[in-house]
Each structure stands twice: as structure tokens, then as C-alpha cells.
Design a binder for this molecule. Structure first.
Ligand SMILES: Nc1ncnc2c1ncn2[C@@H]1O[C@H](COP(=O)(O)OP(=O)(O)OP(=O)(O)O)[C@@H](O)[C@H]1O
Length: 290
């Protein structure tokens, strides 16, 4: 059974388009990524699913139940991390977590301690004394505390340092292994690639595609900047080169091919410097849909 199913879900905000005709489904036990540039409609989709805002048309179900009619019941089994978190600033973390756990009628001090320690969060501090990243951790603990069947995370990693991000991904994997389904949005392709089974790509409010990560990574694209000794050495050919832009002694390539073949070819070139980067989403989209 699909845990989440959207059928032509549309939400417009007066003049602004929010999302248009979005349809996809998430199966039980999947880690499902939702990716798109800023303003693409990720938060709108998530907030509509949680019944914080009403769809203009279309429908959706979670656990097979209508998101509007059964929203309270549905939310009992969801852990949600919003993209922006606002708390009662003068509360201690531990009190806030206890308080919010009451809505789910499930609180385990042991689980709270375990989650907080995995994320290196001090629950005895006041919210107002926490940095942005530490507030994010409070949100993550809050979302996972009641062992929800469905975990929905809106941009969970922004503000977390790389070490904590890894701990966080480990935590999510354990939740998945214990049977949870995970839906998380991001604008960073590489983290979605690391974690997810499938991804939905959204752009300008419309769903572009739903793909398995396997399929996306087969089309792995890299941005490579080479600095060569002389400008005339910039005129070389390379299998898998999609785009080439020359700037002085430097050349930037969009490359989609075997990394080993690339390294071999670089070995023959008088390279002074090399930079290999993740392409922007726009570049991936362009490559992907050309
Ligand atoms: N409350 C609102 N009122 C009017 N327009 C809105 C509102 N919320 C979102 N929008 C518009 O809906 C579109 C989608 O925004 P949304 O916040 O869902 O994107 P997003 O993919 O979550 O982006 P981000 O990564 O920047 O959070 C944007 O054009 C945005 O301007």
C-alpha cells in the first residue's frame, strides 16, 4: 500500500502559483527525496499534505486516509520537521520536548536522551540560548521522539555540521530499518543521493519526474574546472563532455562519463589545478532533460 499518495494536488496562493497538478506516491519503507530549487514548491506540498493549508484542487491520502478528513488521526503517526522552526524561547529543551510529546501521547525519557546524545544536543539548555543548528536538532528529536510511522522532514540538514549530518543520516537509516517511511525535501542533490531510494524532482511548482537514485546516478554529472599551462592546450576532446567553457587558462566542463577515463585523460594534460564539483540542480536538470 502507498503510504503517501498525491493525485493532481494543486495549491495556488492568490496571485502566486504554489504547486500545480502534482501526483506521486511513496511506498511503505521507502526513503523518498523531494528535490528542487528554492521556491519550487516543496514546502507547499508538505504543508498541504499535513493539512496546514488547503489544496485548491486535487487530493491526497496518507496511510490510505484523506488528508483533510482524517488529518488529526494521520498526524498522530507522523513526525514532522518544518523548514523554519519557531519555539517558546524561554523553555528548556527537555520541557519543550515533553510538552510536544503530549500531543502524541507517547514520551520516553530514554528515547529522548538517546536521540539528543546521538545529535550532541544538551536538553537542559534554554531554547533562546541555542544556535540555529542546535534548534534544528531540537526539531529533529521532536520529529522522531514518538517513533512515527511516517517521517516528513523539510530541509532537515541546513545548519547541521557535516559530522552531525552523518549521525542524523544514521539515525534515519535506523528508523527506516525499524519500518518507518521517510519523506524529506532538500535542494542538495548529493545528500538526497546518499540517503534516498527514489526522488521526486519539482520545478516551478510542477513535478518534473520521479526517478530511482540508481537511474539518476547512472547519469552522474560533474562540474570540472581545469587550469592548464597555456590557453592553446584548452582545445582537447573528451568522451562524456557535455559542455565546455573557456576562461583565460581555465576551462570548465560539464562531464557525464566514467571518472576513471577522465582521470586518465587529465594525466596526459599539463594540468596546474583541478576542481571537481557537484553541478547545480539547474545543470543537472538541463542535462537530464535535454
Ligand atoms: N504563504 C504564501 N503566500 C504566497 N505565496 C507563497 C506562500 N508560500 C509559498 N508561496 C509561493 O509558492 C511557491 C512555492 O514556494 P515553496 O515555499 O513551497 O517552495 P520551496 O520549494 O519549499 O522553496 P524553499 O526551498 O525556498 O523553501 C513560491 O513561488 C512562493 O513564492
Amino acid at each position: 500500500m502507498a503510504i503517501v499518495e498525491l493525485r493532481n494536488l494543486t495549491k495556488s496562493y492568490r496571485k502566486n502559483r504554489g504547486i500545480i497538478d502534482v501526483s506521486f506516491s511513496i511506498e511503505e519503507g521507502e526513503v523518498f527525496g523531494f528535490i528542487g530549487p528554492n521556491g519550487a514548491g516543496k514546502s507547499t506540498t508538505i504543508r498541504t499534505l499535513l493539512n496546514f493549508i488547503y489544496p485548491t484542487s486535487g487530493s491526497a491520502t496518507i496511510f490510505g486516509k484523506n488528508i483533510i478528513k482524517h488529518s488529526q488521526e494521520i498526524r498522530q503517526n507522523i513526525g514532522y520537521l518544518p523548514s523554519e522552526i519557531h519555539y517558546y524561547d524561554d523553555m528548556k529543551v527537555v520541557d519543550l520536548l515533553k510538552y510536544s510529546a503530549r500531543f502524541h501521547k507517547k514520551f520516553s525519557a530514554e528515547r529522548m536522551k538517546e536521540l539528543a546524545s546521538r545529535l550532541d544536543l544538551d536538553v537542559n539548555r534554554k531554547i533562546e540560548d541555542l544556535s540555529f543548528g542546535n534548534r534544528k536538532k531540537v526539531g529533529i528529536v521532536q520529529a522522531l521522539l514518538h517513533e512515527p510511522k511516517l517521517i516528513i522532514l523539510d530541509e532537515p540538514t541546513s545548519g547541521l555540521d557535516p559530522l552531525i549530518q552523518n549521525h542524523f543520516f544514521d539515525l534515519l537509516k535506523e528508523e527506516r530499518d525499524n519500518g518507518a517511511t521517510i519523506f524529506f525535501s532538500s535542494h542538495i542533490l548529493s545528500e538526497v543521493q546518499k540517503m534516498c531510494d527514489r526522488v521526486a524532482i519539482i520545478k516551478d511548482g510542477k513535478l518534473v519526474t520521479v526517478e530511482t537514485i540508481e537511474h539518476l546516478t547512472k547519469n552522474k554529472v560533474k562540474n570540472i574546472t581545469l587550469t592548464l599551462e597555456h590557453p592553446e592546450q584548452l582545445h582537447f576532446e573528451l568522451n562524456g563532455m557535455i559542455k565546455k567553457e573557456v576562461n583565460g587558462n581555465a576551462v570548465t566542463l560539464l562531464y557525464s562519463g566514467d571518472i576513471k577515463a577522465l582521470l586518465k585523460r587529465l594525466n596526459d594534460l599539463p594540468v596546474q589545478d583541478v576542481l571537481i564539483e557537484e553541478p547545480t540542480l539547474e545543470e543537472v536538470f538541463m542535462h537530464y532533460y535535454e
